[in-house]
Ligand binder design. Structure first.
Ligand code: ZN
Length: 225
């Protein structure tokens, strides 16, 4: 038998554990990873007047983080916060470590000719990947839940970007996404527009439009949860 003071301490500790667990459950936030594609030595695509994709993705990622912080309720992580080189593996490591509810990877597009315009959304071609790997056990493979989540987020992004850029949507497409390969996490790639035409470049490099895109993306993410 424990002396009574030991029992007291034992039950006290037990109580603290339960209180701690309950408190933690209440304050647990959804984690969202925002990936500013390219960076550092990798400029991404180069547009009009040498505008670099890496600068546009970083500016919108930072604005999006700010926008989401205003509303609160989410834990938002950026794969990079500065103009630095970051490999695909390093980005994946961040995603694996934090196990986020969503990953949004931001890109800007380059088009054939100078007339290509508009935004595009890509989600991983899970069905194709799974069909090709029938003999491989689906350990860590994206499942239907992640596909559903990605499509749900994609539809919200499509709607909110469409409000910002009417009739500029080029659609929601299934594609091989290297960042998503082997990860069981919803990953959506947002090609925010083309920096290879004068108007697109002007918009994507303007603070005002970057903030507007960030607001549309923030609204989509908040709508998702
Ligand atoms: Zn890119």
């Amino acid at each position: 038998m424990f002396p009574s003071w030991q029992k007291f301490v034992f039950f006290g500790v037990l109580l603290l554990c339960f209180a701690g667990a309950a408190g933690h459950a209440q304050t647990a936030k959804h984690i969202v990873v925002i990936d500013a594609a390219h960076g550092g030595d990798d400029a991404g695509v180069l547009g009009v007047d040498g505008a670099a994709e890496k600068d546009v993705t970083l500016a919108v990622a930072l604005a999006l983080q700010k926008e989401l912080a205003k509303a609160g309720g989410l834990e938002v992580l950026l794969t990079r916060k500065t103009d630095r080189t970051l490999s695909l593996e390093e980005r994946k490591k961040i995603i694996l470590k934090t196990n986020p509810a969503l990953v949004l990877s931001l890109h800007a597009n380059a088009g054939f000719g100078k007339t290509a315009t508009g935004f595009e959304l890509y989600y991983p071609g899970f069905a194709k990947v799974r069909a090709a790997n029938k003999t491989v056990p689906a350990v860590g493979a994206p499942d239907n839940r992640h596909l559903n989540d990605t499509v749900k987020l994609a539809r919200l992004v499509q709607k909110n970007l469409d409000n910002l850029f009417p009739r500029q949507g080029r659609g929601l497409r299934e594609a091989g996404i290297p960042l998503a390969e082997g990860l069981a996490v919803p990953v959506l790639v947002v090609e925010m527009g083309f920096i290879t035409n004068a108007n697109g470049k002007k918009k994507l490099t303007s603070r005002k439009t970057q903030a507007e895109i960030a607001a549309a993306l923030a609204k989509s993410i908040q709508g998702f949860f």
